[in-house]
Design a protein around this ligand. Structure first.
Ligand SMILES: [Zn+2]
Length: 339
């Protein structure tokens, strides 16, 4: 339980350096290599699911490109990190930019050199699949013609929602979910640090093992979601508190869909939070994929194919609308099979 005004674990342990990213060393190296090359990118696209760290990585990058005191790229100094506001960093959520005019206003300064001590003008656009096609088109020119002192960072949960031409102008990085051993490393590191600072007691090995097993069982592999679960675990001492969606659960939901059983599906999804619905979406897609690969060409295969495409293609301008769209796609899929 977090008391008012106190930051949650995910916020307190948000990495500020590339070297603090757990389980994403390869990605960090990939970005570093791009900055070592003679042709540094002026537009990046970071794609990954909820809680994988798109915003975190954008923030580290935005300071790193401005800090002149780093031994290695991606390790901005404390002073620059603490004084991020002295740089020309603009961070916006796509849902805050309304239409073409919004993009025009946003991009109006992209040609100007940043004000010292800033070295780079940085635009971070979160959930950029939420921009209309017209707005995305409007960004093509600024992104392509910008000076080398302007950096665009586009973050998205659904790269398929971004027009191809814009994607093509960005260096693209997909942010992976953590592997099990990295989740474990992250959890152990945070517990140890919480214990040292007196905020948490030591955790019994048996309970910790159970908690880690639960993360795995519920397919919770994103840093932010892991830390949210850990926070509940440390607060309640109950290793069963992990919320997510187990493989058994997704198989059951998949079965409801192929049986056209909306009543069953509805009852299970009613109590779910967004994180869980995201998990349902991914789990059900992979369940249907397995069915499709075992199905001969015919009407059933066609229904499976449509449902996979529909569920995989769900994207919303903001997180708040995502849950509704997932439920709507589940309903459609269910109905397809009930006919
Ligand atoms: Zn610095």
């Amino acid at each position: 339980v977090i008391s008012r005004g106190q930051k949650g674990l995910a916020e307190r342990y948000r990495p500020a350096l590339f070297s603090e990213l757990v389980g994403q060393e390869k990605l960090a190296q990939g970005i570093r290599d791009r900055w070592k090359s003679s042709k540094r990118p002026t537009a990046l696209m970071l794609s990954g699911g909820t809680g994988t760290g798109k915003t975190t990585i954008s923030r580290i990058l935005s300071v790193a490109v401005n800090c002149s005191h780093q031994k290695e790229f991606g390790e901005p100094c404390l002073d620059c990190r603490n004084n991020r506001s002295q740089f020309d960093i603009m961070e916006v959520n796509a849902s805050d930019i309304t239409g073409i005019d919004g993009v025009r206003i946003l991009a109006s300064a992209h040609r100007y050199a940043p004000m010292p001590p800033a070295k780079m003008r940085v635009y971070i656009i979160d959930e950029c699949q939420g921009l209309s096609k017209a707005a995305q088109n409007m960004l093509l020119k600024p992104v392509e013609d910008g000076p080398p002192t302007t950096l665009w960072i586009f973050c998205t949960t659904s790269p398929q929602g971004i027009i191809k031409t814009l994607r093509g102008r960005c260096v693209q990085f997909a942010i992976p979910s953590l592997r099990f051993k990295d989740s474990e490393r992250l959890v152990r590191r945070v517990i140890e640090s919480e214990r040292k600072s007196g905020r948490a007691k030591a955790v019994e090995d048996k309970k910790l093992a159970k908690f880690l097993e639960q993360l795995n069982e519920h397919q919770v592999f994103e840093p932010r979601l892991i830390l949210n679960s850990l926070e509940k675990f440390l607060g309640t001492g109950d290793p069963d508190c992990v919320t997510g969606v187990s493989q058994d659960e997704t198989a059951l939901l998949g079965k409801y869909i192929t049986e056209g059983d909306w009543a069953g599906l509805r009852a299970r999804c009613k109590e779910m939070e967004l994180d869980q619905l995201q998990g349902v979406r991914m789990g059900v897609v992979s369940y249907l994929r397995t069915l499709l690969l075992n199905e001969r060409d015919g009407p059933i295969a066609a229904k499976l194919c449509e449902s996979i495409k529909q569920l995989a293609g769900v994207y919303a301008p903001e997180d708040g609308m995502m849950g509704g769209l997932i439920v709507a796609a589940l309903f459609d899929s269910c109905r397809r099979f009930s006919k």
